[in-house]
Design a protein around this ligand. Structure first.
Ligand SMILES: *Cc1c(COP(=O)(O)O)cnc(C)c1O
Length: 396
C-alpha cells in the first residue's frame, strides 16, 4: 500500500497526486465469509467472485450475462512449436465481444451505486462499445470519443447501443483530453482507463477466473496485449489477493506485456530499466486496442512485469496478421489482432529463449475477430455455366 487512503462508497477519480487509486479489501474478512467450495456451487462468470468486488448492493449490479470465458487448449499450435502446453483464454465470448465488458460492467455498476448519471470516455473502440451497452442497460447517459480511424464497426456499435459518439482527428490521448477538459461544462464522470478505480477491479476477474479454471493454480507465463494495461495490473492484483488469503500458493505467473513495434512505450521503458514510459510519437498499428501512446498506469504495468519476472516485447504488424491466420487455420479460433499479437510474441520469445517450451503459457484473446477487417475473398463462380472442377481444384 502506498500513500494516502480514500474512503470507499464515495465518487473518486485520480488521487490528489494524479495517480490511479487502488481498491483494498478486508481480505481476512473475505477468507472468513466464503470458501472455494461455496464459490464452486455458484453460477460461473465474474459475479461468482462478488466478495472480491466493490459493489455492495445486488440491485446495483448491471449485468448483460458475463460468462466465464473458455480456456481453449491449443495442442496443434503447441505441437508445431514443440511446446508443452499452450492455451488461449478467449475473452471474445463476453457481452459486446471483448474483455472491456468486465471493466465497464463493474464501473457502470459502481456508477449506479454511487448515483452517477452521466459517463464519458476516450476509446479505441471496444471500451466505448462496452460503456455504451452497460450505460444503456443501467439507464445512464454516455459520451464517447474515438480516434477517427477507429474500426468502423466499433464506432457504429457504440452509437447503436445508445451512446453519443464523436470521431476525433487525433489519438486516444487527444480524445482523453477532450473528456478531461469537458468535465465542468458537461458534468460527466470520466471513466477513462485507470482514472476511476473500478474498471481494473472488473478486469481483475480475469485473474480470479483463470486461477479458478486451473483448480487454483496459475500458469507459468501469461502473454497480455497491453494498451492501458488494466488487465495486466488487474490480474497481478488478483493473484496477490488470492495469495494473501492462501487460495493459491506462492507461485506467480511471469507477466508478459505485448505491444506492437509501432506503439511500444512500455517495451521501451522496460528495456531502458526506467519506471515510467515516455509518450510514443506517431503511434500506429493494426492492433487498435493496443495503440496507446501514453498509459497513466505505466509504472504499475512495469512494476507488475518486473516483480513477476516477466518481460515486455514488441511485435511487427505483419507478424500479428500472420499469427492471426496461423491460429485460425490451425485451431479454428479467429482472434482479434491484439490477441494474435500475443501468439506472435510467444513465438518470438520461444525463439529468443525468453520463454522455454516447458513453460505452460496462457495467451489472451481479448476481442471477437469478427469486429475487425478481414482479407477480402475474390473467387467467383458462375452457376449458369458448367463448373470446371479441374480448374477449381487447380485454383486452391
Ligand atoms: C483495450 C484492449 C486491449 C488492451 O487492454 P488493456 O487492459 O487496456 O491494456 C487489448 N486488446 C483489445 C482488443 C482491447 O480492446
Amino acid at each position: 500500500m502506498h500513500g494516502d487512503h480514500y474512503a470507499a462508497d464515495q465518487i473518486h477519480n485520480l488521487s490528489k497526486a494524479q495517480k490511479p487509486l487502488s481498491v483494498h479489501y478486508d481480505l481476512e474478512g473475505i477468507a472468513r465469509s466464503v470458501t472455494k467450495e461455496q464459490l464452486a456451487n455458484r453460477p460461473s462468470g465474474m459475479w461468482r467472485y462478488r466478495e472480491f468486488l466493490p459493489v455492495r448492493k445486488t440491485e446495483n449490479v448491471v449485468s448483460l450475462g458475463e460468462v466465464c470465458t473458455p480456456l481453449v487448449d491449443c495442442p496443434r499450435l503447441a505441437q508445431r512449436l514443440n511446446a508443452r502446453q499452450l492455451m488461449i483464454k478467449d475473452e471474445s465470448r463476453l457481452p459486446t465481444g471483448s474483455f472491456k465488458a468486465r471493466g465497464l460492467c463493474l464501473a457502470v455498476s459502481m456508477a449506479k451505486e454511487l448515483g452517477i448519471q452521466r459517463l464519458a470516455m476516450p476509446t479505441n473502440g471496444n471500451a466505448g462499445a462496452a460503456l455504451a451497452a452497460y450505460a444503456s442497460r443501467a439507464g445512464l447517459e454516455s459520451f464517447v470519443f474515438c480516434p477517427q480511424d477507429t474500426p468502423t464497426v466499433n464506432v457504429r456499435e457504440i452509437a447503436a447501443q445508445g451512446s453519443h459518439v464523436w470521431l476525433v482527428n487525433g489519438l486516444i490521448n487527444d480524445c482523453g483530453k477532450i473528456v478531461g477538459e469537458g468535465k465542468e461544462a458537461m458534468k460527466w464522470f470520466d471513466v477513462s482507463t485507470l482514472k476511476e478505480p473500478y474498471r481494473i477491479e472488473g478486469k481483475k476477474t480475469m485473474g480470479l477466473e483463470l486461477a479458478d479454471q486451473l483448480n487454483w493454480e496459475v500458469p507459468d507465463v501469461i502473454f497480455y496485449p497491453t494498451g492501458g494495461g488494466t488487465g495486466l495490473i488487474g490480474m497481478w492484483k488478483a493473484f496477490d489477493e488470492l495469495g494473501r488469503i492462501g487460495w493459491i500458493g506462492p507461485k506467480r505467473p511471469r507477466m508478459v506485456a505485448v505491444q506492437a513495434t509501432g506503439c511500444a512505450p512500455i517495451v521501451k521503458a522496460f528495456d531502458e530499466g526506467v519506471e515510467q514510459a515516455a509518450l510514443w510519437e506517431n503511434a500506429h498499428t493494426v492492433a487498435a486496442g493496443i495503440r496507446v501512446p501514453a498509459a497513466i498506469g505505466d509504472f504499475l504495468i512495469l512494476r507488475a512485469v518486473r516483480e513477476s519476472g516477466g518481460f515486455a516485447i514488441a511485435v511487427e504488424d505483419n507478424d500479428i496478421l500472420d499469427a492471426r491466420d496461423e491460429i485460425s487455420c490451425t485451431e479454428g479460433l479467429l482472434t482479434c489482432p491484439e490477441g494474435a499479437a500475443t501468439f506472435a510474441a510467444y513465438k518470438q520469445a520461444l525463439k529468443s529463449g525468453l520463454v522455454s517450451p516447458d513453460e505452460f503459457a496462457v495467451l489472451f484473446n481479448c476481442a471477437a475477430g469478427l469486429k475487425y477487417d478481414l482479407p477480402p475473398v475474390e473467387r467467383n463462380l458462375d452457376c449458369n455455366v458448367a463448373i470446371d472442377y479441374e480448374k477449381l481444384k487447380a485454383s486452391i
